[in-house]
Design a protein around this ligand. Structure first.
Ligand code: ATP
Length: 667
């Protein structure tokens, strides 16, 4: 007897009250132990299209919908009595005629008349998106047979509604096709494959092998991602890589989820020591909180979560004893003094960047290497004589640091690399777009050649902290082992479409490789983002406060509403009472977080891009870098929103915001 849970059960459960959820979890558990208990008073659903649907009683009102076939049971749905019956009466569970994958199919004729009427009316008025597609093509995308005509009638206005009633693989394909991509046929069940083991089946049905597994699933908060993965995510979790591998994808496509599951998968090996890391403590804490959702017991113990900087400091201290670190101010003074001693006139900012981004970052050992070094992401070209003069300065600073017994943080990573060991068999790096050169060199040299040694999850469109550099120069080559995820689980279709406009359609990495960001789809729909321009700051503040309060009035709690600002000082401009309704923080701190509603006020011309950063840029390369990271920052902020997004400024507006407003007007 096999027990399964469907993703529809999770979705339905999430809509019940906390008290009801608790009762359902207990009932689901008892049911698994003994489905014949009289308390469930199971009934076959008489009018069901699928004769194998039954209901089981949770309390006077709540019913679980169970699918029973050949001795197997599936928890399919849960909800109030009448809703549960209606759900069961209008669904079938069946193998798709073309792909063989097991699907839950909503009966086409059950879609309410009014909705059907709308599909038809829209089809008359607007171009039909799939009018010319053959049955065979639509079937090859996983569209259920009785939905073929409805899909063919889909227009731009109805496609989302239709897609969300279809099995995931069909929805992915149709939404991708609607946005200009040409989907490949969905993989079919092989002759020797169990249809229940196919990746598209596994994205909606999970087997719970034993009572222990169900207990885990029931004890964990019902986070869908901890149980159901998209096949593209699953592939990255399960596949073995003979070298560094990487998952990329725009915000909200489930990269962190992949890293977590992969860490858990690798940690099942009793000899594994898995490092799950990222680039700051806050993000590491957030990762650590999620680990119990994917791993427990000994597997959990074999996963170590720590931010890279602190990890390097700790491992270095364990190996070499404590070190005194040089602070930035001292370093700047040393650089300025050395430049003066060497008779070199150079911009202090340039000297500092050249030291941090090149000499120290890459542990450049001597003058010859420095002279011959490719510029590694630095746009400025330099004559050999100029490099020699600069080297004299850097060499003096190195000497000074040694004589004062000071080290840079970067140096700690290099010294660890030289001893060539870290106490892990695997490392997985989340938010890898912001990894430093020295950290990448360290991980690359210690784990880069091991089977499944290194795995990265990141998005170059969200690089906001560190300067870009070519990973190949750090001998970390992910070519052929890097793929992108295309389904956005976090942000509504409307918010994603707007946010995507903030970035170019193709992003270029420091080594010249390109990432096309087209073809991403969202799994749900929501209101259009509010994009507002004000003539007066007080009006802007009043309106943003009204918007936040209206969302709070809908019952959204203050930790689910964020107000994100570019500079800390702006927080004081907001009315004090707003903090009761929303979490207020700088945009940078929102990295990795998500909220139901996000407001981003104060998007003025001198705020984003940040004027001080712009003025400090010394050349075109730096100007580009400031523009890119500021643009990424707004993208990060906007894509924290799941359902509601507000962006506003007081004129003159940030170019980023006015471009979005113009684009909307042009639609
Ligand atoms: N297979 C899945 N099923 C349901 N929800 C999912 C799935 N994968 C991811 N999610 C949800 O999507 C949201 C975004 O996931 P995640 O944080 O992993 O994305 P990300 O790509 O790392 O985002 P970012 O780049 O913004 O950090 C989370 O709320 C997560 O629970």
């Amino acid at each position: 007897m096999t027990h399964r849970i469907a993703d529809t059960f999770y979705d339905a459960l999430a809509k019940l009250s906390p008290q009801e959820q608790k009762q359902v979890k207990q009932s689901a558990f008892d049911f698994q132990m003994d489905p014949s208990l009289p308390g469930f008073s199971t009934h076959r659903v008489d009018r069901a299209r699928d004769p194998d649907f039954w209901t089981a009683r949770v309390n006077r009102d709540i019913r679980m919908v169970i699918h029973k076939k050949d001795g197997d049971t599936l928890l399919a749905w849960v909800g109030h009595h009448d809703d549960a019956y209606r759900w069961a009466e209008t669904r079938r569970i069946e193998a798709h005629p073309k792909t063989g994958v097991v699907q839950i199919v909503e009966a086409r004729e059950s879609v309410e008349d009014i909705v059907v009427q709308r599909y038809v009316e829209e089809a008359v008025r607007m171009p039909r998106l799939f009018a010319d597609e053959h049955d065979e093509t639509l079937l090859s995308w996983g569209v259920p047979e009785d939905w073929l005509d409805t899909v063919r009638d889909a227009t731009e206005d109805t496609i989302l509604d239709i897609a969300h009633r279809l099995p995931g693989e069909a929805a992915d394909a149709l939404l991708a096709a609607a946005t200009g991509s040409r989907p490949a046929p969905a993989p079919i069940v092989a002759d020797d494959q169990d249809p229940w083991q196919h990746p598209d089946t596994l994205r909606r049905f999970r087997v719970v092998d034993n009572v222990e597994e169900l207990r885990e699933a029931l004890d964990a908060p019902w986070e869908k991602w901890s149980v159901f993965l998209h096949p593209a995510q699953r592939e990255f979790v399960d596949r073995d890589f003979n070298g560094p591998a990487r998952v990329i994808g725009s915000a909200g496509t489930g990269k962190t989820v992949v890293a977590l599951h992969r860490a858990a998968r690798l940690a099942k090996d009793p000899d594994a020591r898995v490092l799950l890391t990222t680039f700051n403590r806050r993000l590491a804490r957030a990762l650590n909180e999620k680990v119990p959702l994917v791993a427990n017991g000994d597997t959990r113990k074999r996963i170590h979560v720590e931010a890279l900087g602190p990890l390097v400091g700790r491992l270095h201290a364990e190996r070499f004893g404590d070190s005194e670190l040089v602070d930035e101010e001292t370093l700047r003074t040393l650089l300025a003094d050395a430049a003066q001693d060497q008779g070199l006139s150079a911009d202090p900012e340039f000297l500092f960047d050249e030291w941090s981004l090149i000499v120290d970052a890459w542990a450049v050992p001597d003058q010859e290497t420095y002279r011959d070094l490719p510029r590694l992401g630095r746009k400025l070209r330099m004559a050999a004589s100029r490099r020699d003069a600069l080297w004299a300065v850097f060499a003096q600073v190195r000497q000074e640091l040694i004589s004062k017994g000071l080290k840079t943080e970067t140096q700690l990573a290099h010294e660890l690399r030289e001893v060539g060991e870290i106490p892990f068999t695997h490392a997985l790096v989340d938010e890898a777009q912001d990894i430093s050169v020295a950290e990448l060199l360290l991980l690359g040299s210690t784990l880069g050649n091991q089977l499944n040694g290194l795995f990265f999850a990141g998005d170059i469109g969200q690089r906001i902290f560190r300067a870009p550099f070519p990973w190949s120069a750090a001998k970390v080559d992910v070519r052929g082992r890097s793929r992108s995820l295309k389904v956005n689980y976090r942000t509504s279709h409307q918010i994603r479409l707007r946010s995507d406009l903030l970035l170019p359609e193709t992003l270029v990495e420091a080594d010249g490789s390109e990432e096309a960001r087209l073809g991403v789809t969202s799994v749900f729909d929501g209101p259009a983002p509010e994009l507002r321009a004000f003539a007066d700051r007080s009006d802007e503040i009043r309106e943003v406060a009204t918007w936040v309060e209206a969302i709070a009035d809908q019952g959204v709690s203050s930790d689910e509403i964020a107000i994100l600002v570019r500079q800390d000082a702006m927080i004081a401009q907001l009315p004090e009472g707003l903090a009761n309704h929303a979490t207020i923080m700088p945009m940078h701190d929102a990295k990795g977080a998500e909220f139901r509603a996000v407001a981003i006020p104060f998007l003025d011309q001198d705020v984003l891009p940040d004027e001080t950063r712009l003025l400090a840029a010394r050349d075109e390369g730096q100007l580009d870098e400031v523009m890119n990271t500021e643009r990424h920052l707004l993208y990060v902020a906007a894509t924290r929103a799941r359902d509601f997004l507000w962006m506003s400024g007081t004129e003159p507006l940030s170019d980023f915001l006015s471009d979005l407003i113009q684009a909307r007007k042009a639609e």
